[in-house]
Structures are given as structure tokens and as C-alpha cells.
Design a protein around this ligand. Structure first.
Ligand SMILES: Cc1cc2nc3c(=O)[nH]c(=O)nc-3n(C[C@H](O)[C@H](O)[C@H](O)COP(=O)(O)O)c2cc1C
Length: 148
């Protein structure tokens, strides 16, 4: 199975977890880069309003069997950068999984619904981690599940 990890991270937490997952899967990784860096208020508001943004990536998910999208959760929904990525690549992504590090982790069930609705596909797997929790075991199990 050829896997791509595409991550967005503003302050580094999701970048860190994306890189740990890459070590476990030994796969390609790509950063979803947002053009410009809006201030916190604007970023949060754009997320709440489910706005799109301008992004730049390097790898084409069409060349992979599975794309793992990694992003924080803002205002209970996915970030504008992740939303834009899912919308722009919905026809290129074959299978999708969602990994996220956020303040309240699994309590953000609405964000998973938002994710699946945005791409129009069910996730193969999803893991919503908290900033402050023991992440390693859950990540290991998530990675194992992606290998099938
Ligand atoms: C504008 C904004 C809104 C946020 N809203 C939520 C939220 O609704 N739920 C939550 O669990 N965490 C929320 N957070 C916390 C982030 O998801 C969390 O700090 C995450 O680890 C940041 O990831 P990063 O370091 O990869 O950017 C919010 C953070 C920001 C900046």
C-alpha cells in the first residue's frame, strides 16, 4: 500500500505527530502550506465560517492508495487549509484517513463528520489526539490499522 501523509500545522503539534507517523509507516510526507499566515482571530473565524484558503503542496495524492490528512481542529471543525486540501483533491484521493492533535481530542466528533462531509468519503481510520495526553500507544495502533 502506497501511503502519503499530508499535514497542516500552525504551531508544530500536528507536524510532530505527522513525522512520527511517517517513521512508523516509512511513507512519503507533504506539507500543506498556507499562503500567508493570518492572525489567530482571523484564522479562527475563517475556520468557523468554513472558509477556504490558498494552499501549496508538492505531492499528488493520485499517486497513492491512501492519503492520511493531518491537521488541528479549530472552532470544532477542520482548518481552512485542510478543508481546501480535501476539496481540491477529493477526486484524486483514493482512500483517506484523518489524524489530528487538538485541545480536546476525541471530544471533537463534529470535526470528523465535517472532514468526511467535505471530502465526500468515509475515513479508513481516524484518530483525534489531545495536545496533552500519552499519544504513543494510540498512534502505534492507528499506524498498524493503516497497513492493511
Ligand atoms: C484559532 C484556534 C481555534 C482552536 N479551536 C479548537 C477547538 O475547537 N477544539 C480543540 O480541541 N482545540 C482547538 N484549538 C487548539 C488546537 O487544535 C491545538 O492547540 C493544536 O494542537 C494545534 O496544532 P498545531 O500546533 O499543529 O498548529 C484551537 C486553536 C486555534 C489556534
Amino acid at each position: 500500500m502506497k501511503t502519503l501523509i499530508a499535514y497542516y500545522s500552525r504551531t508544530g503539534n500536528n507536524k510532530k505527530i505527522a513525522e512520527k507517523l511517517r517513521e512508523k509507516l516509512g511513507c512519503d510526507i507533504d506539507e500543506i502550506q498556507e499562503e500567508g499566515k493570518p492572525g489567530l482571530l482571523k484564522a479562527g473565524l475563517s475556520a468557523l465560517l468554513k472558509k477556504k484558503t490558498k494552499i501549496k503542496t508538492e505531492k499528488n495524492p493520485e499517486n497513492y492508495d491512501l492519503t492520511v490528512v493531518v491537521s488541528p481542529i479549530w472552532g470544532g471543525v477542520i482548518t481552512p487549509a485542510a478543508r481546501t486540501y480535501l476539496q481540491e483533491n477529493s477526486d484524486k484521493i483514493k482512500e483517506v484517513a484523518f489524524l489530528s492533535v487538538s485541545g480536546s481530542g476525541e471530544e471533537n466528533k463534529k470535526a470528523l463528520e465535517d472532514f468526511e462531509k467535505t471530502i465526500g468519503k468515509k475515513t479508513k481510520a481516524a484518530l483525534l489526539l489531545k495536545d496533552k495526553e500519552e499519544q504513543e500507544k494510540k498512534l502505534e495502533k492507528f499506524a498498524e490499522g493503516l497497513k492493511d
